[in-house]
Design a protein around this ligand. Structure first.
Ligand SMILES: Cc1cc2nc3c(=O)[nH]c(=O)nc-3n(C[C@H](O)[C@H](O)[C@H](O)COP(=O)(O)OP(=O)(O)OC[C@H]3O[C@@H](n4cnc5c(N)ncnc54)[C@H](O)[C@@H]3O)c2cc1C
Ligand code: FES
Length: 331
């Protein structure tokens, strides 16, 4: 599926929790590109004269006929969108992107695990699966701080009520006395909530620390690696610049400027560390915004959005690419 750049009109906005809101979008003319449940888009905006973009998963399902994003107010761009994006506004959007979806890998009995705003792809996938097969056998386990932080709480309860094949559970750090799942997700909770875990495919999404903890837990419980599919919303940990450590040189083709890059550090991190600016939306090798052309030995951690010809001609994603020696870069 190819992605497109388009202008959409905001047709709706609603508050989901105290710090999360959803926006709906429609095309100015014609229809929206087709999308797979779980894919994301890039929203573009301008803050203090500087163009900015970030990746957001569509929380709408492909059957909805509109696109919806659900955004937690956590930082620069999300806060700006919360403050400024209103019904009637037009916004530039790229996408859809990404291969985090159930359609690519037929999976009859998924276990959807999410935390915080990581619920967005799960919500899209859950609704898409139920539209295709209302009796689908789906486990949906969502972690949140408190009942007030659960996004789509009422809709999720209604869906589970209407579809006996859906078993959902909320794991809450702060919960009312009667709530059965309190604290953070544990292996015991997983065993109880999904006793047939090892026969399921698991989809996992949330902040980086949640992902690290839960994927380790799943491996410990014996889930084969090929049955785990994940997408992280957090940024990959930055490689700290140790004084005197080995480094390579990254030469910017246009200016001739030389930038130090450490083994294991991404091209994007090295550039930003040297005060250079580069468009980067997802920082996770999903959207293609940080596409650049390299010469020299590199290692790509993601090749999403890149064609075989791109790979041959040194095109890489700066957020998901490291240097194996001195390299030069054009973007
Ligand atoms: C593929 C993909 C899909 C995404 N989908 C969504 C989505 O559906 N909804 C959504 O709200 N965000 C989503 N994100 C995260 C989003 O792209 C931004 O990173 C997020 O909005 C923070 O950007 P910012 O400019 O507001 O904060 P910044 O100023 O760039 O960063 C502020 C801090 O917030 C942390 N942070 C980033 N995202 C989150 C988060 N979701 N919860 C808690 N802390 C966070 C960052 O690690 C950073 O330390 C997605 C990211 C990716 C890579
Ligand atoms: S910023 Fe999205 S692929 Fe690099």
């Amino acid at each position: 599926m190819t992605s497109t750049s388009l202008t959409l009109r905001c047709t709706g906005r609603r508050a989901d929790t105290h710090d999360v809101a959803s926006w709906q979008f429609a095309p100015l003319t014609g229809s929206l590109p087709s999308v797979l449940a779980g894919q994301c888009i890039t929203l573009h905006t301008t803050i203090d004269g500087q163009p900015q973009c970030r990746a957001y998963t569509l929380s709408s399902s492909p059957q909805d006929g509109f696109w919806q994003v659900t955004i937690k107010d956590v930082g620069l761009v999300s806060h700006h969108l919360h403050q400024s994006l209103q019904v009637g506004d037009e916004i530039r959007v790229d996408g859809p992107f990404g291969d985090f979806n159930l359609s690519a890998l037929p999976c009859e009995r998924p276990l959807l695990l999410s935390a915080g705003s990581g619920i967005t792809p799960m919500w899209a996938m859950l609704r898409d699966e139920l539209a295709k097969g209302p009796d689908a056998d789906i486990r949906f386990i969502h972690s949140a701080r408190s009942p007030e932080d659960v996004i789509f709480a009422a809709e999720l309860a209604a869906l589970a009520e209407a579809h006996p094949g859906v078993r959902s559970a909320l794991v809450l750090e702060q919960a009312p006395a009667a709530h059965p799942w309190v604290g953070r997700l544990t292996p015991d909770m997983l065993r109880e909530l999904a006793p047939d875990l090892l026969t399921r495919h698991v989809y996992l999404c949330g902040p980086a620390p949640y992902m690290t903890a839960v994927s380790a837990m799943l491996a410990e419980l014996g889930l084969p690696a090929e049955q785990l599919h994940q997408e992280s919303f957090g940024l990959p940990a930055a490689v700290p610049a140790a004084a005197g450590s080995d480094h390579f040189w990254l030469t910017l083709k246009k200016s001739g400027k030389k930038v130090k890059i450490l083994p294991g550090q991404t091209l994007l991190a090295a550039l930003e560390g040297a005060g250079e600016t580069m468009m980067a939306a997802c920082r996770a090798g999903v959207c293609g915004a940080c596409r650049c052309t390299t010469t020299g030995e590199i290692e790509r951690q993601s090749v999403m959005t890149l064609s075989a010809q791109d790979l041959e001609s040194g095109v890489a994603l700066a957020c998901s690419c490291t240097a194996k020696g001195d390299i030069s870069l054009d973007y």
